[in-house]
Structures are given as structure tokens and as C-alpha cells.
Design a protein around this ligand. Structure first.
Ligand SMILES: [Zn+2]
Length: 160
């Protein structure tokens, strides 16, 4: 299995995203002015110290989701369907959400609010929630919003 490594200069966490996850998100890139936002849930495992995270699986949009040029709202059916992905073993857990942007990737104030709402309403076994945002410029940015509201940005670590 191949993983894409994401690191942050302000955090000792390292996040590995399975290449299959990246590949299943890439077709949703908003590469025209008419393409709508897409999104889904992310699942994976956590190292004991909560320093290493492995994002292994993600769900993709279903017809019941609401998709506009600047917004994505997943339907209740989406989460129900995604649970089938989640139950692979006992260590796989919900880690957060991914979505696309019609511009570059950044955590908007609306994104911050929606992820904090999820953090408050979901069964989350880690100390925060991940938001993976895929920009129209083909760049992924990964945010970790901690329960104490501290936010870290992780970028793909390119091989030197
Ligand atoms: Zn957004």
C-alpha cells in the first residue's frame, strides 16, 4: 500500500493518507465553473500516542447529498451507507470529512463551523476532527480541528 504523508510545522502529528483515498477524491476536482462541491467521510486508524494517523477509506457523494458550486451537505443516508465502509475491523474509526472547493483549498469559517458541529455531535474517539480539502488547483490541504479549537494545517510532504 502506498501512503501520502502529511506533516505540519506546528504539530508533532503525522498523517498518512492511503493513495486509494486520494485517487477516489481526485475525480471530484472542481475543474470547471459549473462543477459542484463534493465530499464524504474519512475512516482510518490512530497510533497509540495519537501522533500517527492512517486515513484508509473514504465515502464518496451519493445522489441524496446536496451539491452546489459552493456547498456540500451530506444526507443522512450518506452516513448510513458509509458505515458499511467503516466496519472492517475494530480499530478503524471515523476521523473526519473531505470536500472539494471551487477555488484553492482553505478552511472557511463555514467549514470551521460545520466541523465543530460534527465534533460535538459525532462519536469521535480522537481528540479532534480532520478536514481534508481538495482545491480546484489540485492541491490537498488537511486541517485538524482539536476539541480545544486549536487548528493545525498539514501539507503533503514532498520527497527531497
Ligand atoms: Zn470548504
Amino acid at each position: 500500500m502506498t501512503y501520502i504523508k502529511f506533516t505540519s510545522s506546528c504539530s508533532d502529528k503525522t498523517i498518512y493518507i492511503n493513495e486509494e483515498v486520494i485517487q477516489s477524491i481526485m475525480p471530484f476536482r472542481q475543474n470547471s465553473i459549473l462543477s459542484t462541491e463534493a465530499g464524504g467521510m474519512m475512516f482510518g486508524c490512530v497510533g497509540k500516542s495519537e501522533k500517527f494517523y492512517y486515513i484508509e477509506k473514504c465515502s464518496i457523494p451519493i445522489p441524496e447529498d446536496t451539491r452546489t458550486i459552493t456547498g456540500f451537505i451530506r444526507s443522512v443516508f450518506h452516513a448510513k451507507k458509509a458505515l458499511n465502509i467503516k466496519i472492517i475491523d475494530n480499530i478503524t474509526t471515523y476521523l473526519g470529512e473531505w470536500h472539494t472547493h471551487p477555488c484553492e483549498a482553505f478552511l472557511s469559517s463555514q467549514d470551521k463551523k460545520s466541523h465543530i458541529d460534527l465534533l460535538n455531535s459525532s462519536k469521535i474517539y480522537i481528540n479532534g476532527i480532520f478536514a481534508l480539502i481538495y482545491g480546484a488547483d489540485n492541491i490537498f490541504k488537511l486541517y485538524f480541528i482539536a476539541k480545544d479549537r486549536n487548528i493545525d494545517l498539514f501539507m503533503e510532504e514532498k520527497d527531497v
